[in-house]
Design a protein around this ligand. Structure first.
Ligand SMILES: O=C(CO)COP(=O)(O)O
Length: 221
């Protein structure tokens, strides 16, 4: 398949010095699969997107999560603002995890693909070089709820997104772009999800604050 498995931990607004120090100890002990690209958002007390790329670079942080549904829903970030932030972060040399995903209401109304395509198109209208972009498909109904998408549900959307990239961007980008799944990923369900051909990694919230994050990083090992 040729796409390097990629797992991110999104600590959101959680953790304190003691718990993060302990977690870092566990994570650095590993073992972590060397074939997995692995990033986490480390700034305690920071909401995704509230820090400038220049500040991140100053701290040697190479990745930023943009377009998270919490930013969209709680802070009212529009598709256009998110696309602008992505363009700026890429121009500053950061790698971007760009989040998309439908709400429960949208899924039940049969709008899953339309919503995901609209959110992706807003990004594609402004981004020309996709080599430093990872897409995270995070159905809002699965985030922090314990209701993980089934491997089939996730694969279906990931495959549709890849087809969208083929038709709207290029076959090369479609084949190369990593699409992570996010939403109640745990050590218990990660292997089944990781076995799907279009699931190229995970974006993990709650479980990234626990030692089981190691098993998630190693889901394809
Ligand atoms: O929002 C998420 C990652 O960005 C997912 O959160 P949970 O893994 O806690 O459901």
């Amino acid at each position: 398949m040729g796409r390097k498995f990629c797992v991110g931990g999104n600590w959101k607004l959680n953790g304190d010095k003691a718990s993060i120090t302990e977690l870092c100890k566990v994570l650095t002990t590993g073992p972590l699969n060397a074939d997995t690209e692995n990033c986490y958002k480390v700034a305690k007390g920071a909401f995704t997107g509230e820090i400038s790329p220049a500040m991140l670079k100053d701290l040697n942080i190479g990745w930023v999560i943009l377009g998270h549904s919490e930013r969209r829903a709680i802070f009212g970030e529009s598709d256009e603002l998110i696309a602008d932030k992505i363009v700026h972060a890429l121009a500053e040399g950061l790698k971007v995890i760009a989040c998309i995903g439908e709400t429960l209401q949208e899924r039940e109304a049969g709008q899953t693909e339309a919503v995901c395509f609209r959110q992706t198109k807003a990004i594609a209208d402004k981004v020309k070089d996709w080599s430093n972009v990872v897409i995270a498909y995070e159905p809002v109904w699965a985030i922090g709820t314990g209701k993980t998408a089934t491997p089939e549900q996730a694969q279906e959307v990931h495959a549709a997104l890849r087809k969208w990239f083929t038709e709207n961007v290029s076959a090369d980008v479609s084949a190369a772009i990593r699409i992570q799944y996010g939403g109640s990923v745990t050590a218990a369900n990660c292997r089944e999800l990781a076995a799907k051909p279009d699931i190229d990694g995970f974006l993990v919230g709650g479980a990234s604050l626990k030692p089981e994050f190691i098993q998630i990083v190693n889901a394809r090992a």
